[in-house]
Design a protein around this ligand. Structure first.
Ligand code: ADP
Ligand code: GLC
Length: 487
């Protein structure tokens, strides 16, 4: 098989910069695609955390004025990733979160920060950077989504373009007057272009002009065609349905491996699953929960936002407590939810333990120590924590939406009888539905045999990138072949 060259463009990449699952995906896909003879270079902004880790760095081009300041395009490697890093201090030399300042508000120049990233992708795509001319550009989310549009309007030879939507809620909306500043022609400001309710939408730019669109699960790829889940883009997406498909995410099974995980209290395998108990004890102690080995412990690892439905969990806490369960939560995000979980903990010490913040190690311990992982999302393009839960023998209890619906086999009567259940799904996604799911979980927890069977089924599920990477590689190759045939 000939090697296909792919330029992946994203604002996050694990382990260099991460706010959520996007980073996990862009960080893990390159190695998984290598096994499919796809050679990936990842273009990322030169945040301080990225530049600090860069090895074999070499500036390949310099720019006297890239949207208001000097910039350099650097090649290098970090943590096994082959990178193009856009070093533009006026845009990226800021510590902390990649999108928001210390006041938690979007950086006022985000339009420029991510237009610059897309402009660099275009340069590389057009073969104007010696040493790497991609066959395909893979743009992730709105931060990279201008690239397909800029390439379209530039005309001339260009690589194939694939736009992956990780979350339709983030649309990259900016004022119309920036249009030409960011490099788009006046004619692009139309309904068939990048215009969205009087503004520019970077995400729409990608959705409109990419050769192929993917989302991160098959169910989400259908949901977004409906007004309920389309977030205003469903009509536009219906016009592009022939180009749209869903490919499930995987997880990095080297980073997430209970048999060999330095971040947990005791490693374990499906063959000796009792050893999980030591992680449960460590988790209870870490979160100040009563140390009762037989108590059902629900875990949560999540951004605290409307999407994740954790306000529903606040409403369902009385039910969880009535069932005698404990809750261990790790999350950060909306102030209101952070406060609500902090006060729930004060009201129920020993029963509810919350860490408000971001903690990679604790995320692993929760997966290894909790009996069940709660994910009551209102919508979920894919979701990764339920995949980690499957691998770690924590039973995922999930809303029946998006990728959650695609990855968890609900413990209904038939699935239990056939011995294939891996978790619980609930619908409708409201407090009542969640209450019901908590009750069902407690009941199943009382049936040791059924419970352990579910754990073992989950741990035997392939949640790696192997299959998804094959689907991506096939999509890229088919695209290249289709474009060659059309020439
Ligand atoms: P999303 O990207 O919508 O936040 P995903 O489930 O796709 O949801 O990915 C979330 C990723 O972020 C997972 O790797 C999860 O373990 C991690 N994560 C989320 N919140 C935290 C947190 N507070 N601390 C550590 N890791 C977190
Ligand atoms: C987004 C989605 C999440 C998905 C992740 C990676 O953050 O909210 O469902 O798993 O991207 O694709």
């Amino acid at each position: 098989m000939t090697t296909l060259k792919l330029l992946s463009v994203a604002s996050e990449i694990y382990p260099l910069v991460k706010t959520g699952g996007l980073a996990d995906v862009t960080g893990a896909l390159p190695a998984a695609l290598a096994a499919e003879s796809v050679a990936v270079r990842s273009l990322v902004p030169g945040y301080p955390s990225v530049l600090a880790k860069l090895a074999k760095a070499e500036a390949v081009q310099t720019f006297a004025d890239l949207l208001g300041g000097t910039a350099r395009l650097i090649t290098g490697t970090a943590e096994g990733l082959d990178l193009f890093v856009l070093d533009a201090p006026h845009l990226y030399a800021r510590p902390g979160d990649p999108y928001v300042g210390p006041d938690r508000l979007d950086w006022p120049d985000n339009a420029f920060r991510f237009a610059a990233l897309a402009q660099m992708a275009v340069r590389i795509g057009q073969g104007r950077v010696p040493g790497f001319v991609p066959d395909v550009i893979h743009a992730h989310d709105w931060q990279a989504a201008l690239a397909p549009a800029l390439l379209h309007y530039a005309g001339g030879r260009r690589p194939g373009t694939v736009m992956t939507v990780h979350n339709l809620a983030f649309q990259g909306l900016f004022p119309a007057h920036l249009l030409t500043v960011i490099g788009l022609p006046p004619a692009s400001f139309s309904i068939g272009g990048v215009e969205y309710h009087g503004a520019i939408s970077y995400l729409k730019a990608g959705l409109q002009f990419a050769d192929r669109i993917t989302t991160v699960s098959p169910t989400y790829s259908r949901e977004i065609l409906t007004p309920e889940a389309g977030m205003g883009f469903d009509g536009m997406l219906r016009t592009r349905v022939a180009a749209l498909s869903g490919i499930l995410n995987g997880i990095d099974d080297a980073v997430w491996n209970p048999a060999d995980d330095p971040r947990i209290a005791a490693t374990y395998t499906a063959q000796a699953i009792e050893a999980r108990g030591r992680n449960k004890a460590a988790l209870q102690s870490r979160l100040g929960l009563d140390s009762k080995p037989d108590t059902l412990v629900f875990g949560v690892v999540s951004r605290l936002s409307w999407q994740k439905g954790l306000d529903l969990l606040i409403a369902a806490l009385p039910t969880l407590l009535e069932h005698g369960a404990e809750l261990g939560l790790l999350g950060s995000g909306d102030q209101e939810l952070e406060d609500a979980f902090a006060s729930a903990q004060s009201a129920h010490p020993g029963r509810i333990g919350c860490v408000i913040g971001y903690d990679e190690s604790l995320a692993h311990l929760i997966q290894a120590g909790a009996d069940a992982l709660l994910i009551p999302s209102r919508f979920e393009p894919c979701g990764l924590t339920q995949l980690c839960a499957l691998r770690y023998g924590a039973i995922p209890v999930v809303a029946r939406v998006g990728g959650l619906a695609d990855t968890v086999i609900d413990a209904n009567a038939m699935a239990l009888a056939s011995g294939v259940a891996t978790g619980l799904q609930f619908a409708p996604v409201n407090a009542q539905g969640l209450n019901g799911a908590i009750g069902r979980t407690a009941e199943l927890f009382g049936d040791r045999q059924a419970w352990v069977q579910m754990q073992l089924n989950g741990m035997a599920t392939d949640v790696s990138w192997r299959k998804p990477a094959h689907y991506y590689a096939t999509l890229f190759r088919n695209l290249v072949a289709a474009r060659a045939a059309a020439r």
